[in-house]
Design a binder for this molecule. Structure first.
Ligand code: G
Ligand code: G
Ligand code: MN
Ligand code: NA
Length: 252
């Protein structure tokens, strides 16, 4: 409970920050979007989300924290777009957040306040979200999509029923789990599964993003398989907003 108190205090004291990890077009290397990733700056050191997202979910603090993350990142990307930079934003959602009352209104409010066009925002959900309370979660996500927001299935391929989710939800994007990319080219089954996921995305008209690209051979293979978008330490690490500005400013 100590941690819960500290988390709450941290939110009040402005100890949370965001990093942004670029998503690039694998053909042109252009940065097409950023994924917002929350960090906790506690006593001068950054704490990884693995350490605090779980506790924040248990206490319900994920609801105000998630709203802060959404607001902060939407305002930032709206500023970039106002400076004539055509870029999208992806935000990760927790199940508690999605099922909280007023969630859809909150998202609509943040979009209105920031001036970010809904189609620029992608909401990432992983399978946990769809397993815990499938009916309610699917309904909420459908409402979100009615706002014009895009939906992505995160960590695609690792779940118990990845294909079923493509039936239940209108999905705009799938993000191939990094474990597939890691064994690309060395494990024949994984390589075949990856190219099949890419083709599935193409056939369904769903955008495919490969996550966790760390080595040039992986990027080359993904390109050859026709994967359009990618993310990973080879391409760009998560970085503060000014880092993204320097990266893109330097590239243009
Ligand atoms: O950024 P990093 O690789 O450390 O993230 C670790 C995990 O925490 C990932 O599963 C990521 O989706 C999750 N995470 C990062 N930022 C957020 C966030 O803003 N909201 C939620 N719900 N999860 C996040
Ligand atoms: O679950 P989700 O996909 O949202 O997790 C995003 C997390 O993945 C972030 O914490 C980010 O730091 C991490 N990440 C991004 N690219 C790479 C990569 O190339 N290798 C590894 N190991 N982690 C990565
Ligand atoms: Mn994600
Ligand atoms: Na995630």
């Amino acid at each position: 409970l100590e941690l819960q108190t500290e988390l709450r205090q941290g939110l009040t004291d402005g100890e949370f920050t965001l990093e942004y990890q670029p998503v690039v077009d694998l053909e042109s290397s252009r940065v097409t979007a950023v994924e917002a990733l929350v960090r906790w700056r506690r006593d001068g050191a950054l704490v990884a989300p693995e350490k605090f997202i779980g506790p924040a979910e248990e206490s319900g603090l994920i609801v105000p924290l998630g709203e802060w993350i959404l607001h902060e990142s939407c305002v930032r990307v709206a500023l970039w777009r106002a400076a004539d930079w055509d870029i999208g934003l992806s935000v990760n959602l927790s199940v508690k957040q999605i099922l909280s009352s007023k969630f859809v209104e909150t998202v609509a409010g943040v979009l209105a306040e920031s001036g970010l066009p809904p189609h620029v925002l992608t909401m990432e959900v992983d399978e946990e979200v769809l397993l815990e309370n499938p009916g309610a979660a699917v309904e909420r996500l459908a409402q979100l999509r009615e706002l014009g927001v895009r939906l992505a299935i995160d960590d695609f391929g690792m779940g118990y029923a990845s294909l079923a989710h493509l039936r239940e939800l209108q999905v705009d994007e799938i993000k191939i789990d990094p474990s597939f990319i890691r064994d690309l080219g060395t494990d024949g089954t994984v390589t075949l599964l990856t190219s099949t996921i890419i083709r599935l995305g193409q056939d369904l008209g769903v955008q495919v993003v490969a996550e966790g690209i760390e080595r040039p051979e992986q990027l080359e293979r993904l390109r050859a398989m026709g994967c359009t978008y990618g993310q990973g330490f080879l391409v760009a690490r998560p970085m503060a907003a000014d880092g993204v500005e320097a990266l893109v400013g330097g590239a243009e």
